[in-house]
Design a protein around this ligand. Structure first.
Ligand code: HEM
Length: 529
């Protein structure tokens, strides 16, 4: 980032800041003499409607809450900057990756997924790791998690998955844990969740600190260079402090003593000047090698093993400034997978495609209409110029007679640029319109086994203990049984160990057989009704 860009961003971020230090006034700027006593008839008489100050004060308070995020409601954020190590313009036209002399301001929000806004930090859950880059080509959001895979392969299942994960609807219990019947019911019936469930039951799901957490873009994305050449890419964030977790007993105790444990740690380390850092890494796959793997690169339940494609470090992220106001910044920030810049494009991963619809849709509701990109934390540093007008809470005063394209009267936005524009990657796609997933998405167990085999003995012990603890909270024996039977497809020994103490039959040896979509568990469950 040049000094000029930094100044521009600082100005943007500063211009709406207020210290509220002047004489007390109403929202219309009228000074008030008393804010403790309502206007009343006599000293002991009724309050009168005419008291515009009391009415405004209470009305504003009544409207202070907005809907919390439907997922990832609890979070903590910070500002910082990102600098690439080298020029990546052979791979991508993204300016923010064009060399070490370009530093880009960022806002990052870390979050838990299942709990409500007021829930505890140190629960067993996935963590969000969302980064907004304020680049000179527009905002780019890398909306990732601290685990490299996801529970489901197609976003159409997301509402079902989240309904199963969230507190149960009849009593809103449990608030932010994975230990409940609905989650395990879903997991047992949707074997594609298996790989991610292994991560969720591992120590990765209880990070010690946001500062010691990895991040992953999860999906395969696409870099596109100025000549239009594509390269498939997976994104990784690696914390410079190393990756560290809590152990379960510790996590539970901390929940009681300090529900803000992770949030406080991030805030205090930045206040102390101990700025957390991450290295951005990429795994690159040339387009022509897309089908060289025994899994599908479009399947978000799979990693690309680093033995097959090493991670190349490409840049550094530093967080060095806490927000001034939690609501204005951390709560109102709006990340969206479809916020991309020239040089970064999507793939046909069906989970990503659904996300590209969902985030904007939910933000229209959560942030009260179509002008939320004008909120300071969301505002780009690049120029915004289009014919979009009006809407709730419009803060811009658009001048002129015209707001359409094309127009010959001047004003509005009659000009299209031919440089620095976003060009979609030219991908040839054809096929029948069908609801059917490719065979290449159907192995749900090999990578779950790979993950299990990568664990040290003590990590495996923690994993088994977590499965037992979580499944032990399920009231339905059939739900426990099905979840354990599913594990036998990963590793029979693991399933037998987990079954001990759960009051369920140890499953038969499934021989690590490759799974087909019509799982016995699913057909049993379906025929039971
Ligand atoms: C929020 C990550 C899948 C819908 C978030 C956030 C993150 C995230 C980090 C919090 C953003 C913030 O801090 O404000 C992911 C990852 C996914 C995934 C890594 C899979 C790879 C999905 C899917 C959908 C979805 C499949 C829907 C089809 C949402 C919604 C929000 C959200 C609606 C709330 C956004 C808001 O209110 O601003 N997700 N998510 N996510 N996600 Fe996802």
């Amino acid at each position: 980032m040049t000094d000029g860009e930094q100044d521009a961003k600082d100005r943007l971020l500063e211009q709406d800041r207020t210290d509220s230090r002047g004489p007390l006034s109403t929202d219309t700027g009228v000074r008030v003499e008393d804010t403790d006593n309502s206007l009343s008839v006599g000293e002991r008489g009724p309050t009168i409607l005419e008291d515009f100050h009391a009415r405004e004060k209470i009305t504003h308070f009544d409207h202070e809450r907005i809907p919390e995020r439907v997922v990832h409601a609890r979070g903590a954020g910070a500002y910082g900057h990102f600098t690439p190590y080298e020029d990546l313009s052979d791979l991508t036209a993204a300016h923010f990756l064009s060399g070490p002399d370009v530093t880009t301001p960022v806002f990052v929000r870390f979050s838990t997924v299942a709990g409500s806004r007021g829930s505890a930090d140190t629960v067993r859950d996935v963590r969000g790791f969302a980064v907004k880059f304020y680049t000179e080509q527009g905002n780019y959001d890398l909306v990732g998690n601290n685990m490299p895979v996801f529970f489901i392969q197609d976003g159409i299942k997301f509402p079902d998955f989240v309904h199963a994960v969230k507190p149960e609807p009849h009593n809103e219990i449990p608030q932010a844990q994975s230990a409940h019947d609905t989650l395990w019911d879903f997991v047992g019936l949707q074997p594609e969740t298996t790989h991610m469930i292994m991560w969720l039951m591992s120590d990765r799901a209880i990070p010690r600190s946001y500062r010691t957490m990895q991040g992953f873009g999860v999906h395969t994305f696409r870099f596109v260079n100025a000549q239009g050449r594509g390269t498939l890419v997976k994104f990784h964030w690696k914390p410079l402090l190393g990756t560290h977790s809590l152990v379960w007993d510790e996590a539970q105790r901390i929940q009681g003593k300090d529900p803000d444990f992770n949030r406080r740690d991030l805030w205090e380390s930045i206040e102390r000047g101990q700025y957390p850092e991450w290295e951005l890494g990429v795994q690159l796959v040339p387009e022509e090698n897309e089908h060289d793997f025994d899994f599908d690169l479009l399947d978000a339940t799979k990693i690309i093993p680093e033995e097959q494609v090493p991670v190349r470090p490409v840049g550094r992220l530093v967080l060095d400034r806490n927000p001034d106001n939690f609501f204005a910044e951390t709560e109102q920030v709006a990340f969206h997978t479809a916020n991309v810049v020239p040089g970064i494009d999507f793939t046909n991963d069906p989970l990503l495609q659904a996300r590209n619809f969902s985030y904007l849709d939910t933000q229209l509701l959560r942030l009260g209409g179509s002008n939320f990109q004008q909120i300071p934390v969301n505002r780009p540093v690049s120029q915004v110029s289009n014919n979009q007008r009006d809407g709730f809470a419009q803060h811009r005063v658009h001048r002129g007679q015209t707001s359409y394209f094309p127009n010959s009267l001047g004003g509005g936005c009659p000009a299209l640029a031919d440089e620095g524009v976003y060009r979609h990657y030219t991908e040839k796609v054809e096929g029948a319109k069908i609801r059917k997933r490719a065979e290449s998405f159907k192995d749900h167990y090999s990578q779950a086994r790979l993950f299990l085999n990568s664990l040290a003995d003590w990590e495996r012990e923690h994993l088994v203990a977590a499965f037992r603890f979580e499944l032990g909270k399920c009231e339905e024996l059939a739900v426990r049984q099905r979840a354990v039977a599913n594990l036998a497809h990963v590793d029979h020994g693991l399933a037998v160990e987990v079954a001990e103490g759960l009051g369920v039959e140890p499953p038969e040896d499934a021989g690590g057989a490759r799974h087909t979509d019509a799982s016995p568990a699913l057909s049993q469950a379906n025929t039971a009704f």
